[in-house]
Design a protein. Structure first.
Length: 156
């Protein structure tokens, strides 16, 4: 069997048995499971284009350099999307991201690892939901790319 035939026969399934975190198991001060993204030019360009951001600084290195940027760089919508992924990968499939409020710092550029960390800063039950605030940070070798607070909910 050739490699292409093996790839065609490979089946990929979602982890449907994965459980969300239970609010009773989450406490203020808990660390969110870290997430690393190895940024490559394709990720930077494709996430910008997927969010309909056609600004050349996100896909044209020569243009970005002429704008005094170190390279093409991640757009803010992509940064927000990765923050959302960071939170839902930790909290699970029942988590709803209600708010992301981040401040951008250094550019997130290709060939650097974007490291996401966070901690639970508050937790309260409101009706049938548990509202959880998380401090978030995304950093690379140059410093903090994004810092802020995000709010998620989980069913009680």
């Amino acid at each position: 069997m050739s490699v292409s035939e093996a790839s065609a026969n490979k089946k990929i399934y979602a982890d449907v048995k994965r459980q969300s975190l239970k609010p009773v198991d989450i406490n203020v001060g808990d660390q969110v499971k870290p997430m690393n993204i190895n940024l490559m030019p394709t990720i930077v360009a494709s996430t910008a284009i997927a969010s309909r951001d056609f600004m050349p600084v996100h896909h044209d290195k020569d243009y970005a350099l002429k704008q005094f940027a170190p390279d093409v760089f991640l757009n803010i919508l992509s940064s927000n999307g990765f923050v959302s992924k960071f939170l839902t990968d930790w909290a699970g499939p029942e988590a709803w991201v209600k708010k992301i409020s981040i401040k951008l710092g250094v550019p997130a550029v290709p060939y650097q690892v974007l490291r996401f960390t966070g901690a639970v800063t508050s937790k309260k039950n409101v009706g049938n939901e548990c509202v959880i605030e998380v401090s978030v940070q995304a950093a690379n070798d140059s410093g903090n790319h994004a810092t802020g607070i995000a709010t998620i909910t989980l069913p009680v």
